[in-house]
Every structure is written in C-alpha cells, then in structure tokens.
Design a protein around this ligand. Structure first.
Ligand code: SF4
Ligand code: SF4
Ligand code: FES
Length: 282
C-alpha cells in the first residue's frame, strides 16, 4: 500500500481498534526514507513486535536497534526527531497513514490492531527534509520573527507588575498560547508552499500559526505596542490575504487552537489598521 492509499481513520474507529487489538502481534512499518537533502527517496518496510501501549516512537526505537527490512536486508537506522514525548514540543510531527500528527502520542493499537497490519510513515511535506522523518522546521520560527511574536520588554531593572486582564480575556489568550509550533496546520494548508527555498522563506505565505501568534501578542497589554508593525507584515506580500479559507489548518491542529477565528480576527484588525493608516498618512 502506498502512502497515497493509506486510509485516514477517525477517532471512533481508533477507539474500536484499541479495544480489538490482538496481543503479541507484529505490525509492518512502511517508511519513506531519504539519506539527506537532495538525495533520492526510497521506501523500506520493517516488521515490528508490539506490546499494549506501544506508540510510533517506541516502534522507531525498536527499528533503530534492529535495522533489518522485511526482506532481510540490513539497512541504516531510521532517523526522526523528538524531545518531550508528551505532545508538548511538536518535534516528532510526521505524516502517519496520510494524516499529519505527533508520533509520540500515536498508539500502534489504534492504527494497526491485527497481525500484519501496516502503518505508513512519511516526513511532513512542507518542510525541508534533513534525513528520513526528520525535517527542518525553521521556516515556522522565521515566520514568528516576521510577526514579532513577543512582548517587547527590555532592560535589567524590575519593570513591576504587568498589565491586568480579565479572566475571559486571559482564557482566550491561553488557548492561543498552547501552540507548540509543530507544523501540522502548515503541512495541511494548501496555500503554504512546499519545501520553500530557505533563503526566501519570507517570500511565502506566512501561514495560520504565525497569524494566530500575532493575535496572541496583539491582545497582550504590553505586546500590543508592536501591533502596527505586526499588521504591516500581515497585510504585506504573502500575508493574510493569501489565506484561501480552506480551513484545513483548524481541522488538524492537535491543540484545538481556533485558527480560523484568529484569521478572522486579524482580518478585522487589518481593516481597522488600513483605515487608521489612511487618515494618519501624509
Ligand atoms: S484557512 Fe487559510 S491558513 Fe487555514 S488551511 Fe485554509 S488557506 Fe491555510
Ligand atoms: S497552530 Fe496548532 S497545528 Fe499549528 S503549529 Fe500551532 S499547535 Fe501546531
Ligand atoms: S516528542 Fe514532543 S510532541 Fe512528540
């Protein structure tokens, strides 16, 4: 089965699979591999024993210790990235059976409950591949710099307490602050260009994650001091107007961040910003 035919299953089916999982079975991991930037792609399959609670990362660890394909060919260990192992850092994001998600929280039982079932792993498609399943997510951090996604406080002395905000406002911003820069929303966004040239990342659609983070900092009592600069960037080339409103981003965000709400909110701010500029510019 190629990755294109891999079926994307819903949460109910995954729950049913977890209940039906057969103990002591082996699962086939079919992995899209590449030895480095510009090198050719190849597919390799590995037969991996599973235990209750096995996840994709533990299976990759097993392959790293036993790098032999189903055809008995010795190969190099598969390379991937990970850090927190609890869906907080976003580093382990990859495409699993056609859907972008974190591999640390992906249970084998949910995707492959029977002996010989297959799980297909591919690297994210919108980021340059470093090796195998490991990609370079720098373009996302570059986008955060473009929108100045920070609170501008500088100095070595005590600045005192920050501005007060209401509980409701705090809750709204908290939801946005949960972004872990994983890249799922960008991988799923049809407007976000594939593997853009690292020297020209600022020549590409900035993407829903940076738009939402700009909203987070525009809504902060001190962070809003940079709001005009953020809006200039977001209203410039490859900014918010490139969003085609396909809403794929919000469907795949593992943190449930209201990305389309953020896009709409920034759209409204853009209108206000244009009017303000019209009346204040000479
Ligand atoms: S709504 Fe905009 S940002 Fe989200 S997936 Fe669609 S085009 Fe991309
Ligand atoms: S908005 Fe969601 S999907 Fe996008 S990078 Fe942040 S956590 Fe990941
Ligand atoms: S290792 Fe951090 S999210 Fe998976």
């Amino acid at each position: 089965m190629g990755a294109a035919q891999a079926s994307i299953i819903g949460s109910e089916e995954r729950k049913a699979n977890r209940k039906a999982a057969v103990a002591g079975r082996s699962v086939i991991f079919k992995i899209k591999r590449c030895d480095g930037p510009g090198k050719p792609w190849r597919w390799e399959s590995f037969k991996v024993p599973t235990e209750p609670g096995s996840n994709v990362i533990s299976s990759l660890n097993w392959i790293a210790s036993n790098p032999v394909t189903v055809d008995g060919k010795e190969t190099t260990p598969v390379v991937w990235d990970s850090n927190c192992l609890e869906e907080v850092c976003g580093a382990c994001t990859m495409v699993i059976n056609g859907r972008v998600r974190q591999s640390c929280s992906c249970l084998v039982d949910e995707y492959a409950p029977r002996e010989g079932d297959e799980i297909v792993l591919e690297p994210m498609s919108k980021f340059p591949v470093i090796r195998d399943l490991w990609v370079d997510r720098s373009r996302m951090f570059d986008a955060l710099q473009r929108v100045k996604a920070w609170v501008p406080i500088d100095g070595t002395y005590n600045l005192g307490a920050g501005p007060q905000e209401s509980h409701d406002h705090q809750q709204m911003r908290y939801a946005l602050s949960e972004c872990m820069t994983c890249g799922c929303c960008l991988d799923a966004c049809p407007q976000f260009a594939e593997e853009a040239d690292p020297k020209n990342w600022d020549k590409n659609f900035i993407g829903p994650q940076a738009i939402s983070q700009a909203r987070l900092f525009n809504e902060h009592g001190t962070g809003k001091r940079l709001k005009d600069e953020r809006m200039d960037t977001l209203m410039g080339p490859d900014g918010i107007q490139n969003c085609g409103n396909a809403q794929n981003c919000v469907k795949v965000c593992p943190k449930g961040i209201p990305l389309t709400e953020s896009i709409a909110a920034i759209g409204r701010s853009a209108t206000v910003h244009s009017v303000k500029k019209f009346f204040t510019s000479k």
